[in-house]
Design a protein around this ligand. Structure first.
Ligand code: GDP
Length: 296
């Protein structure tokens, strides 16, 4: 795998030329640099520790094949392990439910939930030929409901009206009922944003989950979120049975270490990445490319 490495890592790879196997002594410096690269990419510390321990175990004692030096071999093992961890279970949206298949969107405010809801609507309409309804349960911000209305229209989906004086649970029931009666294939439910983890709002989304019984519960997380991503991911994982992750804003200049942290903490596959503000800026998550970026 072609991986752009930090200068220090490249130098260590060169220094390790001529040695025939990966040993405890020659692996130390390399792993220290890999650790630095991961921390610089904003992977959370406990996740980094765990990852390094796994790589070390896999690498120690390995014969170095052909023209590879231990340095190159080790970098190969690191890249492969990174891609394997982040890429595990990558798959399109699961719609194998009695229609409407409900998709519940969860995440912090500003993560990109509303934008991603419309991107998914567009994806499901264009790529999977589905009839899609969206609804917003964000009764705290009238602007959020209006925003979903606008982007839903742009995506070519139908929007189910909701108002700030309604209870989210009532909105959910009404939208589900409408989707059933009008033969929608998919109901996408956008939820209230949280600036930080907040118990009342967590209880609210749990209630929505119980009412809607979604086939997909997607955790939307900002790739630039960094170390905090771990705490956010933990809280959402405890509240909800997450079935997938969408990593937004991968077009930003962060190295996107949140992907590894969140994948490891939630155990849910990263399904898509957001690559622009526009509605066609949604791609199937490419774990190998992302591994290169984290080490780069
Ligand atoms: P919400 O509060 O979670 O619903 O977040 P929004 O959908 O309102 O998004 C917050 C901001 O992030 C908006 O300005 C979006 O245009 C922007 N955004 C969302 N996804 C992406 C992405 O993948 N790339 C970029 N560059 N911006 C994004």
């Amino acid at each position: 795998m072609a991986t752009a490495l930090t200068d220090k890592l490249s130098r260590l790879v060169k220094e390790m030329r001529g040695q025939a196997r990966i040993t405890e002594s020659n692996v130390q410096d390399m792993l220290r640099e890999v650790r630095m690269a991961l921390l610089e990419a904003d992977v959370a510390l406990p996740v980094v520790r765990d990852f390094i321990a796994r790589v070390k175990e896999k690498a120690l004692g390995q014969e170095v094949m052909g023209s590879l030096s231990p340095g190159q071999a080790l970098v190969g093992i690191v890249s492969k392990e990174l891609a394997a961890t982040m890429g595990e279970g990558v798959s399109d949206i699961n719609l194998a439910a009695q229609p409407p298949a409900v998709i519940l969107m969860a995440g912090l405010q500003g993560a990109g939930k509303t934008t991603t809801t419309a991107k998914l609507a567009k994806h499901l309409i264009e790529k999977r030929k589905k009839k899609v309804l969206t609804v917003s349960g964000d009764v705290y911000r009238p602007a959020a409901i209006e925003q979903l209305k606008v982007v839903t229209k742009q995506a070519g989906a139908e929007w189910f009206p909701s108002t700030p004086d309604q209870k989210p649970a009532d909105i959910a029931r009404a939208a589900l009922d409408y989707a059933k009666r009008h033969f929608f294939d998919v109901l996408l439910v956008d939820t209230a944003g949280r600036l930080a983890i907040d118990e009342a709002l967590m209880n609210e989304i749990k209630e929505l989950h119980a009412i809607l019984k979604p086939i997909e519960t997607l955790f939307v997380v900002d790739a630039m979120q960094g170390q905090d991503a771990v705490n956010t991911a933990k809280a959402f994982k405890e509240a909800l049975p997450l079935t997938g992750i969408i990593l937004t804003k991968t077009d930003g200049d962060s190295r996107g270490g949140a992907a590894l942290s969140v994948r490891q903490i939630t155990g849910a596959p990263i399904k898509f990445s957001g690559t622009s503000e526009k509605l066609d800026g949604l791609e199937v998550f490419d774990a190998e490319r992302h591994a290169g970026r984290i080490l780069g």
